[in-house]
Design a protein around this ligand. Structure first.
Ligand SMILES: [Zn+2]
Length: 264
């Protein structure tokens, strides 16, 4: 009997000619007592109620759907898991950085959408918490229902773009072609490009970065940049853009190494 069984398995695997033994029918799931398995409900409200005629997920699916929605938002934001802890609450107060409190307040205003300038650039040496501040804005938006920001480490992002550039279909990265990856950033409600200036400075990378920033400037789209370069080191094109005070809020953070103390 054992031999026949294994012969059947072998034939099934190799030639797909022997039908698999049929599994017993799974028991019918018991339909939800509230929605009867339809998963959507309408509330019994008067005609002038804003909820009139609208469908709401039933409590039998609402929690799972919300969890899926949150996971999809987080995936879109592209924030590495380790950066979830970079919030305003977890910021250490930096008395060693002149103007620290004002910088934090400016970032909070930016998070709330109250900043007058759409472009925020956080400048400072390594360990001045500039990435932590920028990430606090993205995490604040996640906690307050958006508009959500899409994150990229500038060097990694340019590498990903380069890897998809001029490639035939099927050579996409993260399920996206070059155009899809490009547009998902260039048109996003909010973008954070972290560590600007640390990327390989090839002519192609420079051109793409300038194209990207040109578009964000032209359309006055909310954009957070962090860099440890000085204005002069950013190069004349970027430097001249930073002088647009109507569009750009530049915050200089100056202080000793923050990373040694475990900051971002
Ligand atoms: Zn239900």
């Amino acid at each position: 009997m054992g031999n026949l069984q294994s012969l059947g398995d072998v034939l099934r695997r190799r030639f797909s000619i022997v039908p698999a033994p049929t599994d017993p029918e799974p028991p019918e799931p018991i339909p939800c007592a509230i929605c009867g398995g339809i998963e959507w409900l309408r509330r019994d409200v008067p005609l002038d109620d804003p909820a009139f005629g609208k469908a709401f997920p039933c409590s039998c699916v609402a929690a799972a759907w919300e969890e899926q929605r949150q996971a999809a938002i987080r995936a879109w934001c592209a924030l590495p898991a380790t950066m979830a802890r970079c919030t305003f609450e977890s910021l250490e107060r930096r008395q060693d950085i002149p103007g620290w409190d004002a910088a934090v307040q400016a970032c909070l205003r930016y998070a709330r959408g109250e900043s007058e300038q759409p472009i925020l650039i956080l400048m400072g040496g390594n360990g001045t918490a500039k990435s932590h501040l920028g990430l606090s804005i993205l995490n604040w938006r996640l906690a307050h229902g958006g508009p959500y920001g899409r994150y990229a480490n500038t060097a990694d992002w340019l590498d990903e773009l380069r890897a998809t550039f001029n490639k035939p279909e099927g050579y996409d990265i993260l399920g996206m072609t070059f155009d899809q990856l490009w547009e998902s950033y260039v048109k996003a409600d909010l973008v954070m490009l972290d560590d600007l200036g640390m990327q390989q400075s090839t002519p192609w990378a420079r051109e793409k970065l300038e194209q990207f920033l040109d578009h964000r400037y032209r359309e006055a789209l909310p954009t957070i940049l962090t860099t440890n370069l000085t204005r002069e080191q950013l190069g004349p094109r970027l430097e001249s853009r930073l002088r647009h005070e109507r569009l750009v809020k530049a915050i200089l953070l100056d202080g000793p190494d923050y990373r040694l103390k475990g900051g971002a």
